[in-house]
Design a protein around this ligand. Structure first.
Ligand SMILES: C=C(OP(=O)(O)O)C(=O)O
Length: 297
């Protein structure tokens, strides 16, 4: 009796391989949880490194392009006073001096960094920073202009799939090079209730696209991300924060340092525990077998 269960080839990101039989690629999503302060960003890099993440991630925007027109003039109360949503978006946006500092710091700490560009000029910006990969945020799955700019970079791409239909994902995948593509299952509800996680979609995406599949989580807690790995996710991305009570939209559904440390610890245990699926008697079983199994049975 035999059956084949071919796995897609891993995708090379910088000096790492992301895919089956590789350590799960854990991404600490800093996003805009630095609240515009590069010192907070560096502390979050430390948190990710200490937890054992292989990468940290940011979000790069050109606010006058990426901010929806009907949202720009809405007034927000912020730690920096009352301002429009567009002004706030500029306030938390890092430019070249900050990213140059982040690049040097991440290299010193031995962790990869990259970002999700939210518009085509941001792809150009990130290319100048020579990032090893680009992430497509769920909100950008239908931004074909940006996807074409990303495909033209020739870099590996990590495509998130929250708030998207299979048809929208098909159209995005059509534009990208599937030999360098990692797809993340995701639900863009913040925080994510378990009944919307739909983790079995990981298998659906594996079968439909034949590329390595990971998971981008917005739940509170660790169980759903760990279960995603048990179901075959080869990458896990989680928002991280220094303190979930900090001001800003993503902090509440982020992991604090201890939570991230526990997540990576549990993922590394699970990597070992999943094994290769070949049924055999394990070395630790011989002693109990000799004590417990009747030889004449
Ligand atoms: C919002 C993002 O990702 P996701 O859709 O995976 O949450 C992002 O990468 O900027």
């Amino acid at each position: 009796m035999s059956a084949t269960n071919a796995q897609p080839a891993p995708v090379t990101i910088g000096d790492l391989q992301v895919g089956a039989d590789q350590p799960v690629y854990v991404i600490g999503e800093i996003g805009i949880n630095h609240n515009g302060d590069v010192e907070i960003a560096k502390k979050l890099i430390d948190v990710a490194v200490e937890a054992g993440c292989q990468a940290v991630k940011f979000q790069k925007r050109t606010p006058e392009i990426s901010t929806p027109k009907d949202q720009r003039d809405k007034i927000r109360q912020t730690p920096w006073g009352e301002m429009t949503y567009l002004e706030y978006k500029y306030k938390v946006e890092f430019e070249e001096p900050e990213y140059t500092e982040i690049d040097a710091y991440a290299k010193e700490k031995g962790v990869q960094w990259f970002a999700s560009p939210w518009d085509a000029p941001s792809v150009e910006f990130l290319e100048k920073m020579d990032v090893p990969t680009h992430k497509v945020a769920s909100a950008s799955v239908t931004d074909h202009e940006m996807l074409r700019a990303l495909a033209a970079t020739g870099k590996p791409i990590i495509l998130s799939t929250g708030m998207s239909t299979l048809e929208q994902i098909d159209a995005a995948v059509e534009i990208l090079d599937t030999s360098k593509l990692v797809i993340l299952h995701s639900t863009s509800t913040y925080p994510l209730p378990p009944e919307e996680a739909n983790l079995r979609t990981i298998t659906t995406l594996q079968e439909r696209y034949g590329v390595p599949i990971g998971y981008s989580g917005h739940e509170t807690g660790l169980q759903i991300s760990i279960a995603a790995v048990a179901l075959g996710a080869v990458a896990v991305e989680r928002h991280i924060t220094l303190d979930r009570a900090m001001w800003g939209s993503d902090h509440a559904s982020s992991l604090e340092p201890k939570g991230l440390e526990n997540l990576v610890r549990d993922i590394r245990i699970l990597e070992k525990a999943l094994g290769d699926g070949q049924k055999r008697v394990m070395p630790g079983e011989f002693s109990p077998m000799s004590r417990l199994r009747r030889v004449d049975a």
